[in-house]
Write a protein that binds this ligand. Structure first.
Ligand SMILES: Nc1nc2c(c(=O)[nH]1)N[C@H]1C(S)=C(S)[C@@H](COP(=O)(O)O)O[C@H]1N2
Ligand SMILES: [Mo]
Length: 222
């Protein structure tokens, strides 16, 4: 998509960021249609792929399991920093779902394995004022969700895809999977999840992308 060098650790691919910002300004791919997931499996304007494209800012951090930490903080009774051993002791479940990237591709029938978000909520115990969730990743990426979009039973903190450990390219060792929203809401290499009273728009949300990102409502930009 762009020709920038992305050395070993990688640098943010500025051209890619600018191109995607221009797409938002131009309203690229918008069909003006909405659909209901019960009636139509492919959201409006999407194209089905069989492979599994890699999308990120050009930095693909290497996070060995030994160095892995996940911080849960903000408006919680019990802020915690999970290491890999602790994460492995939490409930492990499978989810099968379709994913939809705002750059147009959708991929059906992905099997993810990991920790359901309810297990994290049980651990951290939200304070009453918590209404939004902010995610930080090892590449500097951020995104945001409303609490009700985070606390859905189909969401996972996934370490495996199709029965194999997630590769570094796809966000291993641990990524969020929020299948009911465009895939930019699913943070790869997640390191911190913060519960907040106020919404805090993330990397793409401040660059012209929609705050919520429902593919069925075609909430690409906003
Ligand atoms: N940390 C991080 N997470 C990220 C991104 C990123 O750049 N950094 N890109 C998002 C976007 S735009 C998409 S479409 C998906 C892509 O995930 P994949 O590379 O596994 O297909 O990751 C999302 N999560
Ligand atoms: Mo994306």
């Amino acid at each position: 998509m762009d020709q920038d060098e992305t050395g070993a650790g990688g640098r943010i691919r500025q051209k890619l960021v600018e191109t995607k910002q221009a797409w938002a300004r131009a309203g690229r791919l918008l069909t003006g249609e909405t659909a209901r997931p019960e009636e139509q499996r492919l959201p409006p304007g999407q194209r089905l792929v069989q492979d599994f494209p890699v999308l990120d800012l050009g930095i693909q951090p290497e996070v060995p399991e030994g160095a892995f930490r996940l911080r849960l903080d903000g408006l919680v009774e019990n802020p915690v920093t999970l290491d890999w051993a602790w994460l492995s002791e939490l409930p492990q479940e499978d989810r099968v779902n379709d994913i939809h990237c705002v750059t147009q591709w959708s991929r059906y029938d992905n099997t993810w394995t990991g920790v359901p978000v309810q297990a994290l909520l049980d651990l951290a115990r939200l304070k009453p004022g918590a209404r939004f969730v902010s995610f930080e990743a090892h590449d500097g990426y951020t995104t945001n969700l409303a609490l009700e979009d985070f606390a859905r039973p189909e969401n996972l903190l996934a370490h495996s895809w199709q029965g194999e450990r997630l590769t570094r390219q796809h966000g291993g060792p641990l990524r969020m999977v929020v299948p009911h929203l465009y895939f930019w809401k699913s943070t790869k290499w997640v390191k911190r999840i913060t519960f907040m009273a106020e919404n805090q728009p993330g990397f793409w949300e401040v660059r012209g992308y929609h705050d919520r990102g429902d593919p069925w409502m075609e909430e690409r930009y906003g």
